[in-house]
Design a protein around this ligand. Structure first.
Ligand code: HEM
Length: 448
């Protein structure tokens, strides 16, 4: 068995840490040319990056038992406890079975009305020609969408409002904890750390109260929590405990906010650079919606809007996710030692030029064909047992919000001259690709 090739540019003690710090996205995108599995140095330690889509399938699907969750989920455990994103094996499969009914297509269709209402409210706050932070607004819209879908009843209205205040403190603190090494820094009682600890405690209290209220009256309120308090696993007969529900809710909010918020920001930033695509999308929205709110039945007819979303998913999906080898094994002919730190990048796979010509160009029309790329090269939501449970929800959410906003507003960045050929800025930190925070100027549209 061979050892995996080492990516060029490794330094004696730092390994590739400097490259990862300075230019993580370019560095990751350069790795496939060096092999299907490539070794990189994180300080003196090795990590194995799996680039080849078939080997990745082997790791995530075929031999998933050999590669349980890795470092990212270890870092999450103190905050998310036993949420499904931190579990592996049989316990994980059971959790996913129990969560599944809340995220099926039909159930998600039931969340469309609340999504439309939220994006209408958001757009109503903008003033024509007054710049605003699109990134802040899209992240906040994504946050409100996920908490409202989780807890949509009248009884949880106050809780949603308070969670909406507290969650940004939590997400900011968590983000810092993911980026910085170790938890030692988190123990220092700085103002930020105290705010983080208080927000976590209060969020848990609020959510526990809502769970108690739902348990006391177990009617289906059409939201995610209603399912969680009622569901019984068909194989084991198990039900969720309050603390499991709490942890799952935290994990869903965490995973379902920046991912969709950032992508919606990227969508509008790119549309501003491609007025030709934007004009066609506006025409589609005017024809299909004719000025009325989006419904689930409209989505199949919003063909170009869907392509705009799929192109954003392809280009801006997570760039670094982790696993750990449970035992010594082999992948693509190279030796993987026990406990090896494994990394995969949906973002790199979705930019493979064999299936996506000019992969770094944002082009929704690439989906305008019968020839779809191979399934294994389309993994914005991951693959295998840990595939994103919010994949249908997130895609529908983005379509609905983008359609609702674009039907009423045209957004342009507040910069002197827009170069339509220049790609939008991408920032790779934590696991997700972030857009920059260029203010946008809204102009009102009227339906044609
Ligand atoms: C554009 C939107 C999104 C993208 C690109 C995305 C991407 C992903 C990916 C790639 C994974 C797999 C991680 C791995 O292999 O370790 C994942 C997992 C997960 N996602 Fe998403 N996601 C999105 C939206 C959402 C939403 C809206 C929710 C919740 C409502 C959500 C909840 C989760 C959870 C809980 C997991 C962990 C699943 C597990 O480990 O079993 N995601 N997501």
């Amino acid at each position: 068995m061979d050892t995996a090739p080492v990516a060029p540019g490794r330094r004696l003690l730092a390994g590739h840490a400097l490259k990862l710090w300075r230019e993580p996205l370019d560095f990751f995108r350069s790795l496939p040319q060096h092999g299907g599995v490539v070794r990189i140095g994180l300080g003196p330690k090795n990590a194995f990056v799996v680039n080849d889509q078939d080997l990745l399938h082997e790791m995530l699907v075929g031999k998933a038992e050999l590669y349980p969750q890795g470092l990212l989920s270890e870092k999450m455990k103190p905050l998310l406890g036993d949420a499904s994103s931190t579990l592996s094996g049989e316990e994980h499969r059971k959790r996913r079975r129990m969560m599944a009914p809340a995220f099926r297509q039909q159930r998600v269709n039931g969340y469309v009305a609340l999504m439309t209402e939220l994006s209408e409210q958001r757009g109503a706050q903008w003033r024509a020609d007054e710049p605003f932070s699109l990134r802040t607004d899209m992240n906040d819209l994504a946050l409100m969408t996920v908490i409202t879908a989780l807890l949509s009843s009248e009884a949880s209205k106050d809780a949603v409002a308070e969670l909406h205040e507290l969650l940004p403190v939590f997400l900011k603190g968590l983000f810092r904890r993911l980026v910085l090494p170790g938890f030692l820094l988190d123990l220092i009682p700085t103002k930020g750390n105290r705010g983080f600890t208080t927000s976590v405690r209060r969020m848990r209290e609020i959510t526990e109260e809502v769970i108690r209220a739902y348990r006391a009256d177990s009617t289906d309120r059409g939201d995610v929590l209603s399912i969680m308090v009622r569901v019984r696993d068909e194989e084991t007969g198990d039900t969720f405990t309050d603390s499991q529900i709490l942890n799952e809710i935290m994990a869903l909010v965490l995973a379902g906010t920046e991912t969709t918020g950032n992508m919606m920001t990227f969508a509008f930033q790119n549309l501003a650079r491609r007025p030709d695509v934007e004009a066609r999308m506006h025409a589609e929205l005017d024809e299909v919606l004719g000025g009325r709110p989006v419904t689930a039945d409209d989505i199949p007819r919003l063909v170009l809007t869907q392509r705009v979303v799929d192109e954003c998913l392809r280009m801006y999906c997570p760039w670094m996710l982790t696993r750990q080898a449970a035992e010594e094994t082999e992948l693509g002919g190279v030796r993987i030692p026990k406990d090896a730190f494994m990394i995969y990048s949906p973002n790199t796979v979705c930019r493979d030029e064999r299936w996506y010509p000019e992969p770094h160009r944002w082009d929704p029309d690439r989906w305008n064909t019968d020839r779809q790329p191979p399934k294994r090269s389309w993994i914005p939501f991951g693959a295998g047992g840990h595939i994103c449970p919010g994949n249908i929800f997130g895609r529908v959410e983005m379509i609905v919000h983008i359609a609702t906003i674009a039907a009423r507003w045209r957004l342009r960045p507040e910069i002197d001259e827009l170069d339509p050929g220049a790609p939008v800025t991408e920032i790779g930190s934590a696991a997700v690709v972030h857009p920059d925070d260029t203010p946008m100027i809204p102009t009102r549209r009227t339906t044609t």
